[in-house]
Design a protein around this ligand. Structure first.
Ligand SMILES: *Cc1c(COP(=O)(O)O)cnc(C)c1O
Length: 371
């Protein structure tokens, strides 16, 4: 039986390193509620991400959902449908109306030139997504936000440690939300963080993640429970020690894919843009079937047959989800629709052998030859 190759494989420290890290918890019996590991990870991430402030949460989704609640948004929010369910759900679960803007063809982030046409008197915020770690046009987005007095909340779930022109993405907009889910470049098993500037926002967010409890007697927000526990924070402390090595190895894998696939007719790759320091979170390709001579379905079938399981991130678009009961029309975001039907994210993780990358690429390129 051939080993299976999935789209990703969670990074893990040596077992002993983790055991050493959690040993303290057996002394303190303090397992959650902003204990020592939580505080330590918070301050280490503030340094690593070069953020003004960091709040840790149970997951990236709660980072988004509670950020919007803490900002007190009302009305409409401009976002993209080419993302994980979480982004759109976080908007909807706050009682806000998502207004979908199309993406650009090159890097799949929000097309900043199409934002202003969607602004109405009800627009409260823009929620762009740094898809695959590709940095949004933050300068343009901020200009629009300033002009129309809108908040900007970045879904930075894919952009851990990414820099643009030497500046950390954690300082973009009013708020940047990270996911530390097991499948992400940096993880705490489940976890997330919000990076922000404003002190009052931070106080509200910290309250909201702990039931809105201000102190022993005062509960002044209808909060929820979104506290990161000590075991997750300990995993984060371990993984953070190896993050540079992890990203360097991912880079080697991504560059090997590029060697094989860049310039192939009908295959669009996603090279790192100028001025961007990437984290190599994903390796997406777009299969333009007419030029390539074979379509995504065929490529997936061939890869699956060899035990290789790429994923269609992001298909389907969130504006087609049945839970939204036809409230939205995906034909209004035609580029996102086109890309979502042709995108394929290939396996990428630190320990993926270069020989396997060669094999994956050979299978993909063989699909072309058949026609
Ligand atoms: C993973 C992810 C999230 C949600 O993060 P969780 O930690 O799984 O809750 C949000 N947005 C995007 C784009 C993601 O990929």
């Amino acid at each position: 039986m051939q080993k299976k190759i999935l789209v990703t494989r969670s990074a893990l420290p040596e077992l002993n390193e983790y055991v050493d890290e959690i040993r303290d918890l057996w002394d303190s019996h303090w397992l959650t509620n902003m204990g020592e590991k939580h505080r330590e990870l918070q301050s280490e991430l503030k340094l690593f991400l070069d953020a003004d402030n960091v709040e840790l949460l149970t997951n990236g989704h709660m980072a988004l959902e509670l950020s919007m609640q803490a900002l007190g948004l009302k009305g409409e929010v401009i976002t993209t449908p080419f993302t994980f369910a979480s982004t759109t759900h976080a908007i909807a679960r706050n009682g806000l109306t998502p207004v979908f803007c199309d993406i650009n063809k090159q890097d799949f982030t929000i097309d900043a030139d199409k934002i202003e046409a969607l602004i109405t008197e009800k627009t409260a915020a823009i929620v762009p997504v740094h898809v695959y770690g590709n940095v949004c046009d933050a300068e343009k987005i901020q200009e629009i936000a300033d002009k129309h007095h809108l908040k900007v909340i970045y879904d930075a779930a894919h952009a851990f440690g990414v820099h643009y022109k030497g500046k950390t993405v954690a300082k973009f907009g009013d708020v940047s939300c990270f996911s530390f889910h097991a499948t992400k470049v940096f993880h705490t098993i489940e976890g997330g963080a919000v990076c922000y500037k404003d002190y009052d926002f931070g106080k509200r967010l910290a309250g909201l993640k702990n039931f809105g409890i201000r102190n022993e007697e005062i509960v002044d927000e209808i909060g929820t429970n979104a506290k990161m526990n000590e075991f997750c924070a300990a995993m984060g402390l371990c993984n953070l020690r190896h993050i540079a090595d992890n990203i360097a190895k991912r880079k080697t894998v991504a560059e090997r894919y590029l060697e094989h696939l860049e310039g192939v007719k009908g295959i669009q790759v996603n090279p790192v843009k100028k001025y961007v320091t990437s984290n190599y979170a994903h390796f997406p390709i777009v299969i333009h079937e007419k030029e390539f001579g074979s379509d995504r379905k065929e490529v997936i079938k061939k890869l699956n047959k060899q035990g290789i399981y790429p994923r269609r991130y992001f298909y389907p678009l969130t504006n087609t989800f049945s839970c939204y009961c036809d409230r939205f029309d995906a034909s209004e975001t035609p580029i996102a629709l086109y890309i979502s039907e042709r995108i394929l994210t290939l396996p990428l993780y630190a320990e993926l052998a270069l020989g396997d990358v060669d094999r994956i690429c050979r299978i993909i390129l063989d699909c072309r030859k058949r026609n």
